[in-house]
Design a binder for this molecule. Structure first.
Ligand code: TXA
Ligand code: MG
Length: 352
């Protein structure tokens, strides 16, 4: 299969280009498109064959369902059995945006789209290209992140191209995704609701209108969870795993930098190629083969924006080990730390 790439205006997507993409979706094909979080790989959520091809293209296990994307809040009803009042309230406040709702599913969705579960994850994105594509396709679009399973989520069309060239029909290139980490996932199939995956919508903002919101233990887990604790299929699967071994060093800035310098010396003595994921404040203190800054420690939104791109870049340097600095876990930092801990396979060194 030849993969076509079409550049679109991210703010005012050209109707003719969107129509090409929508025709592919309607015919059961696969289109990667930008959202405000990361790029998604879309297929008609109501077409079982198309969704099956989506899993195949990503090499994604069939037991891990994608998020179903819609362009209007009224499109939720046909997809769910019930919409709890609380969930509706949160939707009205945060949609369109980086927030996904897990709800009891209706029978309108093919089994493959929900991986045989009795629930479905739904999101209304706010990126103009995503919204235009869903509207023009006239169907809900199942869209996991547009990476090969196990790779960091793509934040540019180039990342999508590297992972999925020859496996999908089209990439709509709308520039780099703004937020850089995936949407926050909230489970409303039970009461009180539970945050399953931290992401683009901060926990603190949700807690303001959902005081009883629970955090799934996985969100801040520092060891691998036992299978019975898993509430979202995504928690079971290996994620964001660079080729190199990742070591995450947590603590205060002072103790982190001291420990990382020790580690650099240790791996240098073993003649290993070392990459460090640092921050603006600390970057110049490390003498490693590759040192990249995620941004300032006081700008966690920028750190989130850079995270997946830098993980890809540093891994492309074929380093043996990646040493990453722990960051504060408030705001978007909670999502950043969740992804870094997973990427490290829970190889975490505490320095406090
Ligand atoms: O920002 C995002 O959410 C991006 C963009 C493209 O919208 N999408 C994304 O999709 O990250 P994906 O498929 O890579 O991640 C969806 C997550 C997975 O961890 C999956 O296990 C979980 O949502 N999920 C999907 N359906 C679920 C369900 N019924 N119950 C619990 N978790 C579910
Ligand atoms: Mg993903």
């Amino acid at each position: 299969m030849k993969t076509l790439v079409i550049k679109v205006d991210p703010q005012n997507p050209e109707a003719a280009k969107i129509q090409i993409a929508a025709d592919i979706i309607r015919e059961g094909g696969l289109v990667a498109f930008p959202t405000e979080t990361v790029y998604g790989l879309g297929a008609n959520a109501l077409n079982a064959d198309a969704v099956l091809r989506l899993f195949e293209a990503k090499q994604r296990p069939l037991d891990n369902p994608p998020i179903v994307h819609i362009a209007d809040i009224d499109e939720v009803n046909p997809l769910v059995k019930e919409l709890p009042k609380k969930a509706k309230l949160v939707m009205e406040k945060f949609w369109p945006g980086p927030l996904t709702f897990v709800l009891k599913r209706s029978s309108n969705l093919p089994n493959v789209t929900v991986a045989g579960l009795d629930s479905v994850a739904i999101r209304m994105p706010m990126h103009p290209v995503a919204l235009a594509l869903i509207k023009a396709s006239q169907c809900p679009i199942a869209a996991p992140s547009a990476n090969l399973a196990g790779k960091p989520s793509p934040t540019t069309a180039q990342h999508v191209y590297e992972d999925l060239y020859g496996r999908i029909n089209l990439v709509l290139d709308g520039g780099s995704a703004n937020i850089g980490v995936e949407s926050t996932v909230l489970d409303f199939t039970d009461d009180p609701p539970m945050l399953l995956r931290p992401g683009g919508t901060p926990y603190e903002a949700l807690k303001l209108i959902l005081p009883d919101l629970l955090l799934h233990p996985f969100v801040e887990a520092e060891v691998e969870l036992k299978p019975e604790k898993v509430r979202s299929p995504g928690m079971r699967h290996k994620h964001y795993a660079p080729k190199a071994q990742v070591i995450l060093v947590e603590g205060s800035v002072e103790t982190i930098t001291t420990k990382i310098k020790e580690l650099i010396k240790f791996y240098k003595d073993k003649a290993n190629k070392i990459g460090v994921l640092a921050t603006d404040e600390t970057q110049s203190t490390y003498q490693a083969d590759i040192v990249k800054s995620l941004g300032s420690r006081s700008n966690l939104a920028l750190v989130a924006h850079n995270l997946f791109r830098l993980l890809r870049e540093i891994d492309a340097e074929n380093v043996d080990v990646i040493i990453a600095e722990g960051l504060p876990s408030h705001g978007l930092g909670l999502a950043v730390m969740n992804r870094l801990r997973k990427a490290s396979g829970y190889h975490i060194i505490k320095t406090k």
